[in-house]
Design a protein around this ligand. Sequence first.
Ligand SMILES: *Cc1c(COP(=O)(O)O)cnc(C)c1O
Length: 421
Amino acid sequence: MNDDIKVRIESLVEASEDELRESFVEIDKRTYELQKRVLAAFTDNRVSDSHFAWRTGYGYNDDGRDAVEKVYAQVFGAEKALVRTNIVNGTHAISLAILGVLKAGEKLVYCTGEPYDTLQSIIGTEGDPEPGTLKELGIEYGSIDLIDGEFDYDSIEKIIKEESPRMLAIQRSTGYGWRKSITVNQIGEFIHFVRSHGSDAVIMVDNCYCEFASFDEPSAVGADLVCGSLIKNPGGGLALSGGYIVGREDLVDRIAYRLTCPGIGAECGLTFGQTRVMLQGLFMAPHITAGALKSAMLFGRVYNKLGFDICPNESMERSDIIQAIKLGTPEAVSAFCKGIQSASPIDSFAAPVASEMPGYDDEVIMAAGTFVQGASIELSADGPMREPYNVYYQGALTYEHGKIGLISTLESLVDEGILEL
Ligand SMILES: *Cc1c(COP(=O)(O)O)cnc(C)c1O
């Protein structure tokens, strides 16, 4: 690539960054408040050096584990938290919330349309359902699509009246869809609507990618259960594994019975020396998330200027760290991911290729040269290899790294002859 193009790419990115200064200041103000909230949860719960030690065997009286869970509960404004390394990912956290609460004959309704790809395998298919799926267990399932990014209250009212679902689920982030993320305000209104129509359904929120992207978390506006992954926002890039579920105490206790077994619940379970990185990661999470948000905005603005459709666009309120870009061709998605990968600190020499992944129907391409395998709070991009060939950008442990990643994707698209500048 000649120097001329390099200079043009750089100045496009710099100019876009300048245009975003005001929005960045807004994020900084909120982050300051969130950092105070997180710090208060540490001091109120008297977190100390001894909480980094860990036990063996049954793991009874693990003070570090208890501290992690108390701090999480306070940060999220919830009664109780279950935060474990052996919740293996976000999908597991969500499935625990569903399977821990629902009994045969009860119904789950997703009110944000069909859930994330990996959740589909938990629902199961008609006919000969896979072992352990909702279908096999006799738990009913339905979904109601959003209308222009808003809840379809007519259909929700109808289903509440006619079927009294036991659980209503909200997926905030779009997954591999094309819509803005669900804001905490929308969730608050939703819960008010549901309760004022006489339903005491458990409101469960898939909060993946949304932690610290808004001032409040869903539990603060009355969500009964909120779930997510520690290798996304709340792990702050430091947690090596894990998931969290926060919410109503009676429900979290039930879910702990599902995670281990009835009678044992949350009282056992080793932390394997992870409490330090879990706590430090949570402490860093507001700042890390802020950097990820800013880099997503920069990607959005630059690609939009180049004529690509983006979601969210700049008129939409952003409440997750994802920037979807409609690149339109498989070649462009590959080139974009190649750019991300080559700008990664780990495995920069690898070329991402689309492949089958457990839990996904279509082939998926993922670029993630990360310190923690698959951690999408680190600089990463991915997308299913299907029409309309969107790529989903997220993460970056530092804003500066996000910016470098952006330049690298542009160079890669130019190199492949997909983009002219
Ligand atoms: C990432 C994500 C999940 C969970 O994915 P895992 O890879 O299992 O952690 C669930 N829902 C949404 C919306 C997500 O973005």
